[in-house]
Design a protein around this ligand. Structure first.
Ligand SMILES: *[C@@H]1O[C@H](CO)[C@@H](O)[C@H](O)[C@H]1NC(C)=O
Ligand SMILES: *[C@@H]1O[C@H](CO)[C@@H](O)[C@H](O)[C@H]1NC(C)=O
Ligand SMILES: *[C@@H]1O[C@H](CO)[C@@H](O)[C@H](O)[C@H]1NC(C)=O
Ligand SMILES: *[C@@H]1O[C@H](CO)[C@@H](O)[C@H](O)[C@H]1NC(C)=O
Length: 534
């Protein structure tokens, strides 16, 4: 024991797991994020799940295992599951702990989701498919349904059985707090549901946290960690903890400000790209959205983060933010926005339900049960994700991995459109929307293609020829995004196969528009007929 804790104190865990996935192993991955309670039930029964009740709905690790085909067939090769440790039981002022973020015992699993064996089997099932397991973990705090002294630390928290393991006396902080003392020393939550803040200045607490993460990663053969509330712990806590974990770490630092977020990229492998998220959603959600501030934020992060934006988690939705379709249901805006994370320098993330077109607003509405969608494969956005993942893999392969080390560059920035280049990909994006009569033209003289190179728009399989300087000049259709790649780069992938019968799958993206086109054509015929009969 003595030896163990001195090893812990010295942070000598780094060499531990032979199979552990490093940051570089994650670079090419695409992540599917899910809330275990809401993704799939073990028995696939069609149990209702009212998000407003904030109760356990019955999803489990076995349910995830049963639906790995669904995730993998969209092209995702890593799954981020919600926290697995034992949480407070029963109802609270904010409902039950179905999301997993209210820890009570970091040495035990949450039995609502299954047994230790089920979690091991999930890890094995993923590895058998060549996929990675990412666990969501909370390090900053525990949770209680009341304030001390109404509960006794000794009976309530494991292994943090003493009051001195927590920052005292209690004071409250939140996401908007900026004063570092308050941010790191005060508790999250509120007096009805406090999140007692671990005393991460105490060496005993540091040792216990390091031992716990080391054991969890080893026991369940975890490949990477999404780390909750990172900005609420002193920065120099993190390197030792990350080294005890021994796998890729991606931290949640909720911030709008690149200069606030950047130092955390020095102490963990990467962060979720929150500073780009807020201006991105605002830019894509209407024709009034501003691309300028969004692009400045991105280019600032490319400069300020340790690895640029490489390895940053690039997400368009998650469990803490309103779903994009709660802002707008315009199919063109949705498709433009969700395309961006796949040409972003970082690791693209899909939040479960995004592919089914879920529209829930802020928590708890954004935590819908996926089984109520019946996991339909024919949904248009399922097809969009398949295409995006296939395109990114083709870009990686055809560039011999260079794509993963090439920073994206922005061109042709206009009021309602811009182009982003990351060879061999060129994305042409717009927020003009599908209802517009205004036509968008992307004129990109420095698109970086070969002179007169044959290109393909991977969403429609339509062909475009680069000009004599390798530039392009392309008009938008129905406000839809375009992603151009050289035909030579997509050969051998599932994208736009030469056999027209196999193209049907790729065209799914345009089905909605084709349908509305057919309706319009039908109405014109109808009126023509009426007129003619007169
Ligand atoms: C399915 O599992 C849930 C939760 O474990 C349970 O409540 C329900 O009765 C089961 N349904 C069937 C049809 O077995
Ligand atoms: C849980 O507690 C809250 C507040 O105390 C209450 O509003 C809610 O109805 C309770 N939910 C259930 C299912 O009992
Ligand atoms: C966050 O905490 C500050 C005090 O630290 C308080 O003034 C503010 O109202 C809180 N914000 C929210 C959203 O709770
Ligand atoms: C970031 O900015 C957005 C939009 O202005 C705002 O809604 C959000 O609360 C801000 N978040 C933080 C953490 O400051």
């Amino acid at each position: 024991m003595l030896l163990r804790s001195s090893l812990l104190a010295a942070g000598l865990y780094a060499a531990a797991p032979a199979l552990a996935a490093s940051a570089d192993d994650w670079r090419s991955r695409a992540i599917y994020q899910l809330i275990t309670d809401r993704f799939a039930m073990s028995n696939d029964s069609n149990t209702p799940c009212d998000t407003t009740e904030r109760r356990y709905c019955g999803g489990s690790w076995q349910g995830v295992i049963n639906h790995l085909d669904y995730i993998q067939s969209m092209g995702f090769d890593a799954v981020w599951i919600s926290p697995v440790s034992a949480n407070i039981e029963g109802n609270t002022t904010a409902g039950e702990a179905f999301h997993g973020y209210w820890y009570q015992d970091i040495t035990a699993l949450n039995t609502h989701f299954g047994s230790p064996d089920d979690l091991k089997q999930l890890s094995q099932a993923l590895h058998k498919r060549g996929m990675y397991l990412m666990l969501d973990v909370v390090v900053n705090h525990m949770a209680a349904p009341k304030m001390p002294p109404e509960f006794n630390f000794q009976d309530f928290f494991h292994p943090f059985t003493d009051e001195s393991y927590f920052h005292q006396p209690p004071c409250f902080a939140n996401d908007s707090t900026t004063d570092p003392n308050v941010l790191e020393q005060c508790w999250l939550g509120d007096p009805n549901l406090p999140l007692p803040d671990l005393n991460t200045e105490s060496q005993t607490v540091v040792d216990l946290l390091q031992k716990s993460i080391h054991d969890i990663v080893q026991t369940y053969q975890v490949d990477g960690l999404r780390v909750d509330t990172v900005k609420h712990i002193r920065k120099d806590f993190w390197p030792g903890w990350a080294s005890a974990a021994g796998v890729f770490t991606m931290g949640e630092v909720i911030a709008n400000d690149t200069s606030f977020a950047a130092p955390y990229t020095e102490v963990l492998d990467a962060i979720l790209d929150y500073p780009s998220y807020f201006p991105m959603v605002s830019a894509f959600s209407s024709p009034q959205g501003q691309f300028g501030p969004f692009i400045s934020q991105i280019t600032a992060s490319q400069k300020a983060y340790k690895n640029g934006l490489f390895l940053a988690g690039s997400f368009f939705e998650n469990h803490d933010q309103p779903r994009f379709q709660s802002y707008t249901k315009d199919v063109a805006l949705v498709r433009n926005g969700m395309t961006f994370p796949f040409i972003h320098d970082g690791i693209p993330i899909c939040y479960y339900g995004q592919e089914q077109g879920y529209q829930g607003g802020s928590d708890p509405f954004n935590r819908e049960a996926l089984w109520l969608s019946a996991y339909q494969q024919e949904k248009p956005l399922v097809g969009h994700f398949k295409t995006l993942n296939a395109a990114r893999k083709a870009a990686i392969k055809s560039s011999n991995g260079q794509f993963l080390h090439t920073p994206m560059k922005f061109y042709a920035i206009e009021q309602n459109s811009f182009a982003v280049s990351k060879p061999p990909m060129l994305a042409l994006l717009t927020n003009i929307g599908s209802e517009t009569s205004k036509s968008i033209v992307w004129n990109v003289p420095q698109a970086g293609f070969q002179p007169n190179e044959e290109l393909i728009n991977i969403f429609t399989c339509g062909q475009v020829m680069a000009d004599g300087q390798g530039g392009v000049n392309v008009r938008s259709e129905y406000g839809m995004p375009q992603m151009l790649m050289p035909i030579s780069a997509v050969q051998g992938s599932n994208l736009c196969p030469a056999d027209p019968k196999r193209r049907v799958a790729n065209m799914a993206g345009n089905r909605e528009k084709m349908l509305s086109g057919a309706v319009l054509f039908g109405s014109v015929l109808f009126f023509f007929f009426r007129f003619w009969q007169f």
